[in-house]
Design a protein. Sequence first.
Length: 255
Amino acid sequence: MLLSGKKVVIFGVANEKSIAWAIARLFHEQGAELAITYAGEAFEKRVRPLAESINAVAILPCNVTSDDEIEAVFRELGSLWGGVDIVIHAVAFANKEELKGTILNTTRDGFATAMDISVYSFLAIMKAAHPLMQGRGGSAVTLSYYGAMKVFPSYNVMGVAKAALEASVRYLSEAVGPDGIRINAISAGPIRTLAAAGVNGFHHILNHVEAKAPLRRTITQEDVAGAALYLCSDMAAGVSGEIHYVDGGYNVIGL
Ligand SMILES: NC(=O)c1ccc[n+]([C@@H]2O[C@H](COP(=O)([O-])OP(=O)(O)OC[C@H]3O[C@@H](n4cnc5c(N)ncnc54)[C@H](O)[C@@H]3O)[C@@H](O)[C@H]2O)c1
């Protein structure tokens, strides 16, 4: 088992299709002890039974727009575990109206919301996690998309947010690396989830990737979980600041 006894907190489980849920299940199978957070009361009904099914030791509310709620999570984990080894950040949001048409639809408020929930939340979480992760050989992984690098229809402000998230991975890796903490991102290919359903015409992107990616298929939540396991285990002890593609190879294709 690659994660025996590791203390893991996961942000981003909404339902059984969530990428974070596939990661939670695999990490549980690999011997990790898990804390699962949910975005607010509306999500608890769905998330609690999932978390209980893998014996999560803590199931905590955390709307990532609230510093108080983020701090409360790590206070609780500090008293429960005394330290944290692994953080999974699989959280993103943009208003639906801004995930259609062009980026010219972006409002000032919509931009701030997308950046706050999809980017700043990772910095805020790592700020709160940092004191609990020092000197344990810890690791954090966030989720990005190729829309950070290239233009995809309707992805708009979320592409800008993912570009900022990927830059944050590099800056964070430098900030916490001296304390033995590694920071990486997985750039996942398109997968049908709740978040993806918000992107207008998402099925066109899926069909295109399926036809053009070297592997001639789209990827699964389990494909992403496998890469997260590698990045969070000692197998990747020398890896930090990376954006690791799990996209069937789609990003290498020119035409
Ligand atoms: N599905 C894809 O095609 C795809 C591809 C590449 C990257 N990603 C990224 O993977 C991550 C997980 O998304 P997913 O596809 O599993 O969808 P998902 O909808 O299951 O997960 C998104 C999560 O963000 C959480 N969230 C949103 N606002 C929040 C807030 N204010 N506070 C706390 N949590 C909040 C939701 O509760 C949900 O759990 C996201 O960062 C997404 O951008 C997804």
